[in-house]
Design a protein around this ligand. Structure first.
Ligand code: CUK
Ligand code: CUA
Length: 639
């Protein structure tokens, strides 16, 4: 790349200047499809064809939309407290947000990925990463609830996560920042050679989905950006983009973009797995939280783990190779056949595509260009499958439609570009409004993409919507990709900042969706199964109220004997056995949120009454014609 062009890119990349000027006609809808309205209109009462699970970025949550309508169905709380669902507020879910740093009720959620069987979406689980305090969460797609959160030790800015292998053998997490491993007090300027990266392979139990860090590969001190699993012939491999291969402690241009090429790290995880199964690797003492939510007890437990298995790639010949890839690659995307690995060099206008089969041949022929890091670097020409020339400015991410086409997002030139695998020719390009990050095609990260739609997730919306003060919504744009040319169908606002999304046909999830919990299976320690068992028990200053709800009353509903200075636990069981009949409750001045209790479930909130008096409570969810009668009183006497 010409130096002046590179400088321009570096200058423009963070500012999105191209965006602002290049799409001066901001209301332009040049790509809008004929009949777009009918194509996205889902009649009242009808269902959407796809679910789209869209990451909430710095909101820490995951939003569920329907496609093609763009209607928002639910925000699933994952890494952040959520008053609406009492997540992280009620006693049952607080342990989900526990970490080795204590209670951390926030994170930056980036990449959802749905579990796979034989390379196809199976609709069982969804995994998503928290970048800030490194964590991987698992969401059960029958209940749409976060059921497991695993902290990742030896990681920082957990970004190249959380993608799954072809049979969900592993969900993979890679550090963005290299850090001292183990952490220690040392001069930052001594980064080079001393800071390390880590790539974590988290096994997923085939039966219940339980996560466990099988091993961590300790890598050179690069930044690890994104990753994708191999599939088909390349199943058994995992690919990670890297930048800052200069190993600089400051990423100002002079330091971090010196190298003409960074790398995609290719990991033969089956080899590493065999090494570890044979007793290889070291047990390293560390500290990380493992939080599990049980549908039986409707409660989470948090345990602190003390040990992780780490491996040095230099101890496992043939396990790790570096694939030279131009100019700070961001996305690392493997096509449905598993043959092509697309490296999206952010500071490049060309897209580099590596060939898996050529990579294997180059390894066999030992066609290496050195091994500066103790890891063989493969010869660029030997592994190159092709290049998409002058495709756009600032390539970020690529998805596939399963018909031999790839779709790459370009942040700076603010467009989606469709191109053909094998011939590397650009077929179509459409502007996005504005500055697209990720793109999602349902199943686009699997052996079987469903095509039909592509969802662009944009960083900047400016004047696309009614203004709402300095902060305006982030946005998604839906494209019809069923024809040769992409056609814009719809804009819709999103929560937080959407990074990646995962889409899946509704019929792979909807039939299995849980309607309610069976009361007889409720193993919550404070559950009561009938009104006859409701009671108030005092233990010193702790008062436990075993309460039930059913349309349209609480039991008990008149509670006396509470004193200022008590800690009152409301353990509320919803006795309903019907779909969509939650009840809610809270108390005046309670600094935990309201509860929202699903049928058959028990939830607990605590209340520390500060004032003498008779204080009412009521149901917060409009549940029946007599909802407004659903109330009670607590009498609080002096201590
Ligand atoms: S990153 Cu957001 S646009 Cu976190 Cu996947 Cu590329
Ligand atoms: Cu129960 Cu309203």
């Amino acid at each position: 790349m010409k130096n002046i062009f590179k400088k321009a890119l570096l200058f423009l990349l963070p500012l999105g200047i191209f965006t602002a000027c290049g799409t001066n006609n901001s209301k332009s809808n040049s790509a809008l499809a004929e009949g777009a309205a009918e194509k996205v209109y889902v009649k009242p009462g009808d269902h959407d064809e796809f679910y789209a699970f869209v990451s909430g970025g710095f909101s820490g949550q995951l939003a569920v939309y329907g496609l093609p309508s763009g209607r928002l169905f639910k925000v699933i709380p994952v890494f952040s407290q959520d008053a609406e669902k009492a997540y992280g507020y009620n006693e049952e879910t607080k342990p989900m947000l526990n970490t080795s740093f204590g209670f951390v009720p926030w994170d930056d959620a980036h990449h959802p990925d749905i579990s796979q069987t034989a390379g196809e979406l199976d609709g069982r689980f969804l995994f998503i990463n928290g970048n800030n305090t490194p964590r991987i969460a698992k969401i059960d797609l029958t209940t749409f609830e976060t059921t497991e959160i695993l902290e990742i030790p030896n990681s920082a800015g957990n970004h190249s996560s959380s993608f799954v292998t072809e049979n969900t053998e592993y969900v993979v997490a890679g550090t963005r920042f290299s850090v001292p491993i183990p952490q220690k007090d040392m001069p930052i300027k001594d980064y080079k050679g001393n800071f390390k990266g880590s790539l974590s392979f988290i096994s997923v139990d085939p039966k219940d989905g339980a996560m466990d860090i099988k091993f961590q590969i300790i890598m050179p001190g690069f930044n690890y950006d994104l990753s994708h699993p191999g599939r088909g012939d390349s199943h058994g491999w995992f690919f990670f983009t890297t930048y800052n291969t200069e190993e600089a402690s400051t990423l100002l241009e002079v330091n971090a973009s010196q190298n003409d090429k960074d790398f995609i790290a290719a990991i033969n995880w089956k080899k590493v797995e065999a090494f570890v199964n044979g007793g290889g690797g070291k047990k390293m003492a560390t500290n990380y939280a493992h939080n599990v939510y049980s549908d039986e007890t409707h409660s989470a437990t948090s345990t602190m783990r003390k040990e992780v298995t780490v491996v040095d790639p230099r101890d496992i010949p043939g396990a790790v190779y570096l694939l030279p890839t131009p100019k700070s690659p961001h996305g690392c995307d493997v096509d449905p056949s598993g043959e092509y690995i697309v490296g999206n060099g952010k500071l490049s206008s060309n897209l580099t595509v590596h060939s898996f089969s050529k990579m294997i041949k180059a390894i066999e022929a030992k066609n290496f260009d050195g091994d500066a890091y103790g890891i063989p670097i493969l010869n660029f020409e030997a592994i190159n499958a092709g290049t998409v020339q002058q495709a756009g400015l600032g390539p970020l991410h690529t998805e596939f439609d399963g018909e031999g086409n790839a779709y790459t997002t370009f942040f700076i030139s603010s467009e989606v570009v469709k191109w053909k695998l094998k011939t590397w020719e650009v077929i179509d390009r459409k502007p996005t409004y504005y500055s697209v990050g990720h793109l999602m095609i349902p199943g686009g990260n699997s052996r079987k993409p469903f095509g039909k739609y592509a969802l662009a997730m944009n960083k900047i919306t400016k004047d696309r919507y009614l203004p709402t003060g300095p902060e305006v919504t982030q946005s998604a744009q839906l494209f019809d990709i069923s024809g040769d040319k992409m056609e814009l169908l719809l804009d819709f606002p999103t929560i937080g900042e959407p990074h990646y999304a995962a889409g899946i046909p509704a019929n792979l999830i909807a039939p299995k969706s849980k309607k309610f919990y069976a009361l007889e299976d409720n193993k919550h320690p404070y559950a009561v199964k009938s009104e006859a068992d409701t009671r108030v028990e005092r233990k010193g200053n702790d008062v436990h109220i075993y309460m039930t709800t059913i349309r349209s009353h609480f039991a008990p509903d008149n509670i006396e004997g509470i004193k200022v200075g008590d800690k009152v636990y409301f353990h509320v069981t919803n006795l309903e056995q019907d779909y969509d009949v939650p009840h809610g409750i809270s108390m005046i001045g309670a600094n935990t949120s309201e509860l929202l209790i699903m049928p058959g479930q028990t939830e607990t909130f605590t209340w520390e009454p500060k004032k003498v008096g008779v204080w009412p409570f009521y149901c917060t969810d409009f549940c029946s014609a007599l909802h407004q009668e659903m109330q009670g009183y607590v009498r609080v006497s002096p201590s």
